[in-house]
Design a protein around this ligand. Structure first.
Ligand code: ADP
Length: 252
């Protein structure tokens, strides 16, 4: 199967009057359709830079990035909902801007709002939603554009701990259910293990790939999927946590 995304020996440095900041070194990995890949690494190692390269805001200095024409959708820390638009009108904003707001797409968005518990809030304003519901609305707005690759940049980190667990569970389950391919960048190791089918561990800056760890749970061996919350309670969870923690802590 063609990967949705492939990075080949990607390197990047920032250049300023103060000198050069080498940020990424020799980064290679690919993502297959339907995979959920999480990237973890210490703060400041180059995770956001990597996402900027993948979405084309920056150009790699070395290597290449192949996205095979895939449409990319984003989910960011802030939900960026427009307070003066109703929830429904927020979720169709992208479609409206792309002149793709037709009956079929409206129906699809209405169905997602109903499936994910927001139908009763469709005509309310974002201020009446909880933090978790706002993130769900933001995700529906992104999914409305039918992206082939979702880039998630620390999407839960602005939320308090309990909400973060709930929303991570919620959003992770929706992405799986919709069969989307996703790349999540996070500094939260537990989040990476509870959501990812693979975890890519980056070193301190300049970020190199220290390890790519496939995540599998015995309870998923029959093809069934544990929810992110169930994964956190599964016996394998703590051993994955320790393995990744050890890699992240070790310098070099
Ligand atoms: P992370 O997302 O892992 O926290 P970033 O990709 O934001 O890391 O940043 C990686 C490194 O690049 C940091 O040391 C940061 O200071 C530096 N950096 C980020 N943006 C710029 C920029 N525009 N100019 C110069 N250096 C930058």
């Amino acid at each position: 199967m063609e990967p949705v995304l492939e990075l080949r020996r990607v390197g990047y440095s920032y250049h300023s009057l103060g000198g050069e900041t080498e940020t990424l070194q020799n980064i290679s990995f690919s993502i297959q359709p339907g995979e959920f890949v999480a990237i973890v690494g210490p703060s400041g190692c180059g995770k956001s830079t990597l996402l900027s390269l993948i979405c084309g805001l920056l150009k790699p200095e070395q290597g290449e990035i192949l996205i095979n024409g895939a449409r990319i959708g984003y989910m960011l820390q802030k939900d960026h909902l427009l307070e003066w638009r109703t929830v429904y009108r927020n979720t169709v904003l992208g479609l409206e801007m792309a002149h793709q707001l037709n009956e079929k797409n409206e129906e699809r968005v209405r169905t997602m709002l109903a499936t994910y518990g927001l139908a009763d809030f469709a005509d309310s304003y974002p201020s009446s939603l909880s933090g978790g519901m706002r993130q769900r609305a933001a995700l529906i707005r992104t999914l409305a554009m039918e992206p082939e690759l979702l880039l998630l940049d620390e999407p839960f980190s602005a939320l308090d701990y309990q909400t973060r667990l709930e929303v991570g569970d919620d959003i992770g389950s929706i992405i799986r259910r919709e069969g989307k391919t996703a790349l999540l960048v996070t500094h939260d190791l537990s989040e990476a293990i509870s959501l990812g089918s693979r975890v890519i561990i980056l070193s301190h800056r300049p970020a190199r790939i220290k390890k790519i760890l496939p995540i599998s749970f015995s309870a998923e061996a029959d093809g069934s999927r544990l929810s992110p919350l169930e994964r956190r309670n599964a016996p394998e969870f703590s051993s994955y946590f320790q393995q990744i923690w050890k890699e992240v802590r070790e310098h070099g």
